[in-house]
Ligand binder design. Structure first.
Ligand code: ADP
Length: 504
């Protein structure tokens, strides 16, 4: 744990800017090197659902909102007399954008990671026997979640796009890359290795774009960004873009960024982030562990030439289930009210909610699955439904932990958690109970943004090592199991029955 003596020199007078472009909002956060938030600006981002299973965002809004929040924070920094040492970018992963290399204009909306429009195409590839070699190269599975099939869809379905791409006029990128291009006024078309490792086009062992996969998905090589380390010189913001000239010194996908922000550098350490979805990552060090249980093998981070890998469990709907209860069913006005509702009843009353609202992710990977609520009686009310939705986060997490254990991992003694949903004390206690493990919430609530900021600090010499970053981590709250193992097993058994019904 942190002590003030281990913080870098001038911990509270050295400033780093994090850009955190998430699924539900775009944020800019000014951190001190001691991990304190000096200024923050945020804009909510709209999601569009044009057809069943489709999820889109306006790429132009993503850029304009990001620019606006950055400008607000840069101004706040100037007013405080704070000098920003460097910028780090973290982003929603897999969300796919294609834009014109001359004008910066996107050719289509951003197709969001949750989008399932290419589910049938992925099934066809699977049926044709492609999944094995694809997993061996990328560590991923044949699922519409990743970029490749989304990018292919844009190339094939949006009029004129393939011809423009083949003429070399179009660029592909995930959100990090799209923002970098705009922040540098089109000077840099690059991505980092963690974002590249989620495209289904990148060989994580050879660490390069894979020609065979590019052919399989029919992707012109000229569209792809250069892949860089997480810490390096990504270029500079310009006077015409942001209004100030700052070095962009780190980029990293949001879940890997949270791994860094949570100080999970030791092999075996685990974090789980509960935002729109839930993503659990275990650092496996220099070893790219292949999963036998449908977890993903992914790059955790690459600094200098040393690559660290992670085993990942990805769940598509976590906080989004609470949003759906709020907006779809209108059970409450504010996500925070879900806690009081859930604790207003003694138990879930036998109600289980499998929130497969955008298909089922790890370890089931059923792109076409739909959500399900079981166990309803005349006594069921909105409190039971809400409790079931929050408990579902614990059951989904236990599914992942059991898959990791089956892959040869240990029961984690501690799970470090972050993301919007961990503001909910009931949900965190349910996690500790159902997993029968300690659950730790850090004092830096914005672990994802802090990961990118701290890596930018590492690149420009504010930190001298990952260990120095890890020493900034402090405990805010620890949840310990308050339920017997047999009660936890009984509750989890009800979830497994619900899942089996859904799968069958
Ligand atoms: P993202 O980075 O994916 O945009 P965030 O980490 O900002 O997501 O978390 C937002 C999610 O957290 C939303 O889906 C919201 O429903 C959920 N959330 C926020 N506060 C609470 C709360 N007190 N209880 C339950 N869920 C919450």
């Amino acid at each position: 744990m942190n002590t003030s003596s281990s913080s870098p020199a001038h911990a509270d007078s050295t400033y780093l800017l994090a850009i955190d472009q998430g699924t539900t909002s775009s944020r800019a956060i000014l951190f001190t090197a001691g991990g304190n938030v000096a200024a923050v600006a945020q804009r909510e981002l709209e999601l569009f659902y044009p057809h069943d299973g489709w999820v889109e965002q306006q790429a132009v809004n993503i850029w304009q909102d990001t620019l606006a929040v950055c400008q607000e924070v840069v101004q706040a920094a100037a007013e405080q007399g704070a000098v920003i040492e460097a910028v780090g970018i973290t982003n929603q992963r897999e969300t796919t954008v294609v834009w014109d290399r001359n004008t910066g204009e996107p050719v289509y909306n951003a197709i969001v990671w949750q989008d399932r429009r290419t589910a049938d195409y992925c099934e066809q590839l699977k049926a044709a026997g492609h999944e094995g070699s694809l997993t061996a190269k990328t560590g991923l599975l044949l699922d519409p979640y990743f970029c490749a099939s989304k990018l292919r869809w844009i190339l094939n379905e949006v009029e004129g796009v393939r011809a423009r791409a083949e003429a070399g006029d179009l660029l592909f990128g995930t959100i990090d890359s799209f923002l970098l291009w705009h922040l540098t006024d089109g000077a840099e078309h690059a991505t980092d290795i963690t974002n590249a490792s989620r495209t289904l086009l990148y060989n994580i062992h050879e660490q390069q774009w894979d020609e065979e996969l590019l052919r399989l998905f029919d992707i012109p090589r000229s569209m792809l960004p250069e892949v860089k380390n997480n810490t390096c010189d990504f270029g500079r913001t310009t006077i015409t873009s942001l209004g100030v000239d700052l070095p962009i010194a780190a980029m990293i996908g949001d879940q890997q960024s949270a791994l860094v922000g949570q100080g999970c550098f030791a092999p075996g350490s685990i974090k789980s982030t509960y935002g729109t979805g839930c993503f659990m990552l275990m650092n496996t060090g220099a070893q790219a562990l292949a999963s036998e249980n449908r977890l993903l093998t992914t790059v955790a981070y690459r600094l200098d030439s040393a690559t660290h890998y992670a085993l990942e469990g990805s769940i598509f709907v976590a906080g989004a289930a609470i949003q759906w209860l709020r907006d779809g069913l209108q059970l409450f006005d504010d996500a925070a009210q879900s806690e009081a509702l859930a604790t207003s009843v003694q138990s879930n009353g036998g109600v289980y909610f499998v929130p497969a609202l955008t298909g089922l992710g790890a370890p089931y990977w059923q792109a076409n699955a739909r959500g399900m609520i079981v166990g309803l009686t005349r006594d069921t009310n909105r409190a039971h439904l809400t409790r079931a939705a929050l408990e579902a986060q614990a059951y989904q997490t236990r599914d992942l932990v059991e898959a990791m254990q089956a892959d040869g991992g240990q029961t984690p003694p501690v799970l470090r958690v972050d993301g919007g949903l961990v503001a909910n004390g009931f949900a965190c206690q349910a996690l500790a109970d159902i997993l029968q493990t300690q659950v730790e919430v850090p004092h830096i609530a914005e672990a994802t943004a802090w990961g990118a900021a701290s890596l930018a600090g590492l690149q420009v010499g504010v930190f001298d090592s990952l260990q120095a970053i890890g020493e900034v981590w402090q405990l805010q709250h620890r949840y310990t199991p308050s339920m017997s193992a047999s009660d936890a097993d009984a509750l989890y058994g009800g979830w497994q029955q619900a899942i089996n019904r859904l799968l069958n």
